[in-house]
Design a protein around this ligand. Structure first.
Ligand code: SAM
Length: 273
């Protein structure tokens, strides 16, 4: 089965033997090129791609982006942004974040979005009861986020900062940290440091929300494959426990079945013995 997307950081191919999780991708035929390929296939002219079982293959733009990020000694992300190589960018807020915000299901207070990119989720969550900080290591990303959002009516409830998540020290702790496509963007060897920083930046009763993507078994990255146990492995030692872990029913079509929604809190009850 061949799966295509003309716009985002989604698998291009999924093995024909990939089970249920891949099924939603079968419906994904976006763009004129893909429609032509679909027709060819119907006519039997297009060979069906044979892929390793359970693996996904990303579109060429993702490979270019990976090369920049992994081979540049520094500034790989900045180069991606400068060159417009941002295949992960949805161009709109993440649907589940909009839903949680609109239904009053997000913690109020101060929120942080690390690796915020264009900042759609930052803007979507910001309101009089929630001040949101969007952080990105790329100057160009931050400039774009500011440009996209500066004239919005809620602009006094958010801010964008160019900073490295791993070295930044916030002036105040957060009630909420929302991570989407940041955990999978950093090298897997950095995940323990990611969890330390999350713990350091959250209030003791604060909440971490993770959208875990891509749940896959592909090799390399970014995006590096993730699993719930990858998060548990680094968050449990920091005292976080999952309060909720469910499939993200509101994932964009191309990511459905490969994305889980998690809410995490620290167990602050102390033994008196
Ligand atoms: C895959 S993109 C995701 C962007 C955004 N979350 C989204 O879903 O559109 C990862 C982002 O993390 C940023 N980033 C990478 N390393 C970072 C770091 N150490 N500190 C802050 N941002 C970082 C990159 O510049 C990039 O914008």
């Amino acid at each position: 089965m061949r799966l295509c997307s003309s716009f985002s950081w989604v698998p291009l191919l999924v093995a024909s033997s990939t089970p249920k999780a891949a099924a939603p991708y079968m419906q994904l035929w976006i763009g004129a090129t893909n429609l032509r390929m679909d027709k060819k296939r119907e006519e039997g002219k297009e060979p069906i791609a044979k892929e390793r079982e359970g693996s996904v293959k990303f579109k060429p733009e993702v490979h270019q982006m990976q090369k920049l990020v992994t081979t540049e000694t520094s500034g790989g992300w900045e180069n991606c942004w400068e060159q417009g190589l941002t295949p992960w960018d949805l161009g709109r807020p993440t649907p589940i974040i909009l839903h949680l915000h609109q239904t009053g299901a997000l913690p109020k207070g101060r929120a942080l979005v690390p690796g915020c990119g264009s900042g759609y989720d930052v803007v979507a969550m910001a309101c009089s009861e929630r001040y949101v900080v969007g952080l990105d290591v790329s100057h160009t990303a931050i400039e774009k986020a500011i440009e996209l959002s500066s004239s919005l009516p809620n602009s006094s409830y958010f801010t964008f900062l160019k900073a490295d998540f791993f070295t930044w020290h916030p002036p105040e702790l957060f009630d909420l940290i929302f991570d989407y496509t940041f955990f999978c963007a950093i090298e897997p060897g950095m995940r323990s440091r990611w969890a330390c920083k999350v713990q350091e930046m959250l209030k003791p009763d604060g909440e971490l929300i993770t959208l875990m993507y891509p749940i896959s078994d592909h090799v390399g990255g970014p995006p590096y494959k993730v699993s719930v146990s990858d998060y548990e492995e680094v968050l449990h030692p920091m005292g976080f426990k999952a309060v909720t872990i469910v499939d993200n029913e509101l994932a964009i079509e191309a990511r459905k079945g490969r994305e889980k929604f998690g809410r995490w809190r620290r167990d602050t009850t102390q033994s008196i013995l």
